[in-house]
Design a protein around this ligand. Structure first.
Ligand code: NAP
Length: 375
């Protein structure tokens, strides 16, 4: 099957570079277009600074970085790793021009017509994409799909595994890695040997609100938020990659600790059943050793897509407590968006196969085809 051309908005940042690395050997997608700020536009990607330990893929190195106004050159599937200061308007403009924007940025996450998606948690919310297109007059494949905040993903995956026990109250404290602040991020003199008890950009509010939308119910064109409450404290710690979340949770069904552990270990969902290329098998690894999970030892397992849980034990206040960990730049950002796109494409392909007619759906098209349609 031909690979689908994809572009990356914000290709030069922490998340943008992770997109390039994860897409280097992707079986369905091929990077053909890159964009960033005016500081990078016009330069060859290979001439800019590459900050990942893996080699910069030669195909990406050859591409010239475009500015955000080069909309008509962009392919129909775009991953956005843009800074939030520009992501809002830019993503809207690309979606209006018929591009499907699969975004990491916070700007559109809580828009009632934009799917806030984790394929293992709420794949049915993808139906909002059609509602969005209808309400906003967008031509398919145009639209915006988002993934949540990098800590929220870890917390929502755990709560999805426990959903059948009916969570009622959640208290979470995060220990978030330096790479979560982008590049160059937190000053070394603030970070080394320190814990910073505040993360700007409404980090705590994002965990408290996005989790409820993710675990909410899609009904007739809208998501009804989940009925439990979340209280979050977020801290920055001198760890390169991997956000840890210390979670206490109240579960109305009062399962045993063994039942909680089994539910998380056995958790599986549509990405695993469809064998999506980036889907971790299993999505959640439950550790029994008392000193795991640890960012240094565990965060890269499953290509960084696995969520780790350990120290599952009774909490004298809320009933249950545990420690969770996920790779913020992979599971919490680039890998999350890629998995969202894989779900969209897999569903589109199976619907095409069912209908036995390619024309039944709006295929992801080349830049030239989109340009022709909109001009
Ligand atoms: P970053 O390292 O600061 O990269 C930001 C990117 O945005 C760069 O490519 C930069 O291009 C581009 N950009 C900045 N200002 C621009 C402008 N005026 N016009 C066009 N492009 C502009 O940030 P990051 O950590 O990769 O985060 C990217 C997005 O993902 C953010 O919205 C962030 O909140 C979100 N996110 C990050 C993480 C994480 O763990 N880091 C996790 C989840 C979500 P230049 O290089 O040319 O300046």
């Amino acid at each position: 099957m031909d690979k689908i051309d994809v572009g990356i908005l914000g290709a030069t940042g922490t998340v943008g570079q992770q997109f390039i690395a994860l897409l280097a050997d992707h079986p369905w997608f091929r990077v053909s277009w890159l964009a960033a700020s005016e500081r990078s536009a016009g330069k060859r990607y290979g001439d800019l600074s590459w900050r990942l330990p893996s080699a910069l893929p030669a195909d990406a190195a050859r591409l010239e970085v475009a500015a955000l106004d080069a909309i008509d050159k962009a392919p129909s599937l775009l991953f956005s790793a843009l800074d939030a200061s520009v992501a809002g308007d830019a993503e809207t403009a690309f979606a209006s021009s018929g591009r499907l924007v699969v975004s990491n940025a916070r700007n559109h996450r809580m828009d009632p017509l934009v799917p806030l998606l984790i394929p293992e948690v709420n794949p049915d919310h993808l139906a909002l994409l059609d509602d969005q297109r209808r309400a906003r007059g967008l031509t398919a494949p145009g639209g915006i799909v988002t993934n949540p905040n990098c800590s929220t993903i870890v917390i929502a995956m755990v709560l999805a595994g426990l959903r059948r026990f009916q969570p009622t109250r959640v208290v979470v404290t995060t220990l978030q890695a330096l790479s979560g602040a982008g590049y160059p991020g937190v000053a070394s003199l603030d970070a080394i040997g320190n814990v910073v008890p505040y993360i700007g950009g409404a980090e705590e509010e994002k965990i408290q609100t996005e989790t409820l939308k993710l675990l909410g119910t899609y009904e007739r064109g809208a998501v009804r938020n989940a009925g439990f409450t979340v209280s979050a404290t977020t801290t920055r710690v001198p760890v390169p990659d991997g956000h840890t979340a210390v979670i206490s949770v109240e579960l109305a069904a009062r399962p045993s600790i063994e039942e909680v552990s089994a539910a998380l270990a056995e958790f599986t969902a549509e990405p695993q059943q469809r064998h999506l290329p980036l889907a971790p098998q299993p999505p959640i690894v439950v550790h029994t050793a008392q000193d795991r999970p640890q960012p240094r030892l565990d965060v890269h397992h499953g290509r960084g897509m696995t969520v780790h849980v350990g120290r599952i034990r009774p909490c004298p206040i809320l009933g249950y407590k545990l420690v969770a960990l996920g790779h913020n730049v992979v599971r919490g950002a680039a890998g999350a968006a890629l998995l969202n796109a894989e779900l969209i494409v897999a569903r589109q392909r199976s619907r095409s196969a069912d209908a036995n007619a390619e024309g039944d759906l709006e295929p992801l098209a080349s830049a030239r085809q989109i340009h022709a349609k909109h001009s």
